[in-house]
Design a binder for this molecule. Structure first.
Ligand SMILES: Nc1nc2c(ncn2[C@@H]2O[C@H](COP(=O)(O)OP(=O)(O)OP(=O)(O)O)[C@@H](O)[C@H]2O)c(=O)[nH]1
Ligand SMILES: [Mg+2]
Length: 252
């Protein structure tokens, strides 16, 4: 069984990507299941096979503990770890090739609190990988690109799984896409784009960060997809196979 944790900033396209990857694997004769781990979500673009909302009810938390929506979300995120055994049993009973885990909208509640980390590290699976989504609409300058790369690196440090950087919404940023892909492919071109920024103080800081991230192996290129047109899905699935199979080699 291969488990793919789909992470990224709020609204970056985690749930839509989950639905499209489920479809992709089904079309390619693999059995994939969707695990919704976002207790606060209302509408999903797919029917989850397993749903954390069956275990954790935000409205009940709000009423029982007199919490506002954010407090309830925080408590709900902390409760995810307590449901691991039940969720794992449900997953195991389905015997899937791929488990696609759609993680909570507010990434800090999942990745930076102990519960999410506990869930990722204790979830039993032959291989695990994380996709970190760069929201294409947020990558509007080289400085923004570096700041989201920092967040991606931080998630990698926290979750400690092999990770893929994925740029979504490529259909909405067709004109900017070549430039962003160039930054991701070559540190020199990212540095030269940073040199042209007017904000010289932040640009200098970003260049230092880029060098450190690159040395630490945190800047390993980005794959661009559109969950609307499915452009880029072939590359994404090939990259997922590679990183999941590598895990298999290490484990065996
Ligand atoms: N055009 C376009 N829109 C996208 C793409 N991916 C996601 N969207 C849209 O972006 C919005 C947010 O997508 P979601 O999949 O709900 O994002 P999310 O990360 O799950 O959001 P939260 O769980 O609320 O954090 C929706 O309106 C999607 O239709 C894409 O590749 N192209
Ligand atoms: Mg979502």
């Amino acid at each position: 069984m291969n488990t793919i944790f789909i992470t990224g900033t709020a609204g970056s396209g985690k749930s839509l990507l989950t639905s499209k990857l489920l479809q992709w694997y089904e079309d390619h004769d693999s059995f994939a299941i969707g695990l919704n781990l976002d207790p606060g979500t209302i509408d999903l673009p797919y029917e989850p096979d397993i749903d954390v909302r069956n275990y954790i009810d935000i409205n009940r938390l709000m009423n029982s503990y007199q919490l506002g929506p954010n407090g309830a979300l925080m408590m709900a995120s902390d409760l995810i770890a307590t449901q691991l055994v039940e969720i794992q049993n449900e997953v195991n009973s389905l015997n899937a090739d791929y488990v696609l885990v759609d993680t909570p909208g507010q990434i800090e509640l999942f990745a930076f609190r102990e519960s999410g980390l506990y869930f990722v590290s204790h979830f039993q699976s032959d291989n695990k990988a994380t996709i970190f989504i760069f929201d294409g609409m947020l990558v509007s300058s080289p400085i923004n690109y570096v700041s989201i790369s920092l967040l991606a690196s931080s998630i990698k440090l926290r979750l400690r799984t092999p990770q893929i950087s994925l740029l979504t919404k490529r259909d909405l940023i067709i004109e900017r896409l070549p430039e962003i892909l160039e930054w991701s492919a070559s540190i020199a071109s990212l540095e030269s784009a940073l040199d042209k920024e007017k904000d010289s103080e932040n640009s200098f800081l970003c260049k230092e960060l880029v060098r450190s991230l690159s040395k630490g192996g945190f800047l390993e290129g980005i794959i661009a997809v559109s969950s609307l047109t499915m452009n880029g899905m072939v590359t994404l699935s090939a990259s997922l196979s590679r990183i999941l199979n590598q895990g298999e080699e290490v484990n065996s």
